[in-house]
Design a binder for this molecule. Structure first.
Ligand code: B12
Ligand code: SF4
Length: 518
């Protein structure tokens, strides 16, 4: 049987990284079946095109995975496929939290023939077999233990994802027309992929707005260091062979949740020379450890995503996140910046203690820290979270099924001390100020003593990053952005060109190859 795994587009912009679940399930599929992957963010297709593709390829089963954020889009695609007689199984966090919705048991339309609840590693092969035999059941879920809890995959052993041979072209971030010329730059930039790797699953913290503790559990399961290092080495080899760049996103919710184990993993990465540039999510409270931050730098860490949420401790208490202390944020970021590591700092507006002016107060404070990439969202009640239950009980849910009428940056509940419109305006103000050409220039100046490749990386990240959250797809949008930031671009290009000429004259190395000029 031919299977298509499909990730619906998020309706905003292209993904900078493929979704791990597709590659994982592909690896876990019994060998006699063939699996094709399409990420709607990388390869835009209308629902009619997708149906035509499935018919032409004789696809027997389509698996669709979705976060709450894009589930409405997933349902539209699933409906079209089912109308054409193609079987659909849906999985991922949203259908796990609302299975009746996908199965049409809550009074709405049915969107899926089957739903896969929780982590599907242990039973995906069964779904495939059942579909191949025309015997697909409605609900699949992990076995339960004596206490009725899901038996979670141990991640030891971990499925082999053949990154070295997979066709990743739909995910390269370098536009086709630039690939040839960019492959000659430094160590080669003809292709640039960000690849997701997990080293563990689960999170014990249980923040009120988050689905992770409920979905993956509060105890953590780790892969072995060897299996992570081996995966990195294969990726590194591929990058070299293809004269491209591969960066890794460690998608663990908190890579440093067990500091002892992370230190041992980082030491093993360093010992095996398996370093690739990487990004990871780590909470601020775990980053005060100097030894850990040194190891992160030596092992290739470049950007750390930190869920800072709010600079107001009262808000942090409201959402059960007091382990993260706003008073420590500056020291943490400065400590990272000293090692040329920068942070993607994530903030939430519309929390219960937020009032008008929250964006100004927050951005003023952010700008007093080492520069990073701030991200601003709004408190969103995802189904099955303690936050959803609290707001529902308090009668504060304005749009209880907000995901079916997704509206970017419009809160689904009434914040306590501001209006929904005010929260939207605060969020837009924070984005606009944080990524203005003036702020980009200031941020680069704040790190003017960092090596040039670090500053180039910082500027490129600033120009790209906003585009994950706001549409920035057309050529015109890019030209406008580059023009607005021409001062910073020109200044870095001039400096880089000057260094390159100097190195050519002295017969020294190319500064873009990340080596020191003597
Ligand atoms: C990486 C990541 C991202 C990446 C993008 C996704 C990518 N390209 O990988 C980035 C950083 C861009 C991102 C952004 C967002 N994310 Co995010 N993200 C994650 C993260 C950390 C890892 C996802 C992952 O790969 N997990 C590991 C895999 C193995 O697990 P999995 O995807 O759940 O898949 C398993 C099962 O669910 C199941 N399964 C999944 N799909 C399918 C499909 C089928 C057919 C079957 C059978 C089974 C199946 O099988 C898999 C193996 O067991 C998760 C948290 C987490 N730990 O999962 C949050 C998470 C998915 N994100 C979340 C959110 C809210 C967001 C944002 C909306 C946040 C925001 N406000 O901006 C944005 C959306 C941006 C956008 N434009 O779309 C929430 C989603 C909650 C929900 N109910 O929808 C999560 C769960 C985190 C949380 N705090 O609650 N995210
Ligand atoms: S927000 Fe992060 S730390 Fe809090 S429960 Fe979710 S994954 Fe854990």
């Amino acid at each position: 049987m031919k299977i298509l795994l499909y990730n619906p587009d998020n309706g905003v912009t292209r993904n900078f990284m493929p979704h791990l679940w597709m590659f994982l399930l592909q690896s876990l599929t019994p060998k006699e079946h063939q699996v094709l992957l399409i990420d709607g963010n990388a390869k835009a297709m209308t629902k009619a095109e997708l149906v035509a593709f499935c018919k032409a390829e004789n696809i027997g089963l389509v698996g669709i995975g979705s976060m709450t954020r894009m589930v409405a889009r997933a349902y539209v695609v699933a409906d079209a496929l089912r109308d054409a007689g193609i079987k659909v199984v849906m999985g991922g966090p949203h259908v796990t939290e609302c299975p009746d919705e996908a199965l049409g048991k809550d009074g709405g339309k049915r969107h899926a023939d089957a739903v896969a609840l929780g982590e599907a590693d242990s039973y995906w092969a069964q779904i495939v077999e059942d579909a191949a035999n025309g015997n697909l059941k409605e609900i699949y879920q992990p076995e339960t233990d004596a206490k009725g809890n899901d038996v979670k995959p141990t991640l030891q052993p971990y499925p082999h994802i053949p990154w070295e041979t997979l066709d990743l072209d739909q995910f390269s971030l370098v536009p086709g027309f630039l690939q040839k010329s960019m492959s000659k730059l430094g160590a080669g930039w003809g292709k640039f992929f960000v690849v997701p790797i997990e080293t563990g699953r689960g999170c014990p913290y249980g923040c009120e707005f988050c689905t992770v503790t409920g979905f993956f559990g509060d105890s953590i399961r780790f892969r072995t260091n060897e299996s992570v290092v081996e995966e990195l080495l294969r990726l590194k080899k591929r990058g070299k062979e293809e004269k491209g760049q591969i960066a890794v996103f460690f998608i663990d919710d908190n890579l440093a949740i067990n500091k002892k184990r992370l230190k041992s993993l980082l030491r093993d990465i360093i010992a095996a020379d398996a370093q690739l540039p990487w990004v990871a999510q780590i909470s601020a409270n775990l980053l005060a450890d100097e030894e850990l931050v040194d190891l992160i730098a030596d092992a290739g860490g470049k950007w750390i995503f930190i869920g800072m949420e709010s600079i107001d401790p009262a808000n942090m208490a409201d959402v059960n996140k007091t382990f993260s202390k706003p008073a420590n944020y500056k020291d943490v970021l400065d400590g990272l910046a000293r090692r040329n590591i920068y942070a993607i700092t994530s903030f939430i507006f519309g929390m219960d203690n937020d009032t008008v002016g929250v964006s100004k107060r927050t951005v003023d404070e952010i700008e007093s820290w080492a520069p990073g990439l701030p991200v601003f969202g709004q408190l969103t009640p995802f189904p099955a979270t303690p936050l959803y239950t609290r707001l529902e009980k308090a009668g504060r849910l304005h749009r209880p099924k907000h995901w079916l009428e997704f509206a970017p940056f419009v809160m689904a509940h009434n914040p306590l001390k501001m209006t929904i419109d005010e929260a939207k305006e605060e969020t837009f103000n924070a984005w606009a100020r944080s990524y203005s050409p003036e702020r980009n220039w200031e941020a680069l100046n704040a790190i003017k003593n960092a090596p040039i490749e670090v500053r180039i990386g910082h500027l490129v990240a600033r120009l790209f990053f906003r585009g994950i959250y706001f549409p920035q797809m057309s050529k015109w949008a890019w030209i406008k952005l580059l023009m607005q930031n021409r001062k910073a671009i020109f200044s870095l290009s001039k400096e880089g060109f000057g260094m390159w000429r100097k190195s050519q004259r002295r017969g020294l190395v190319n500064p873009m190859e990340n080596k020191t000029l003597k």
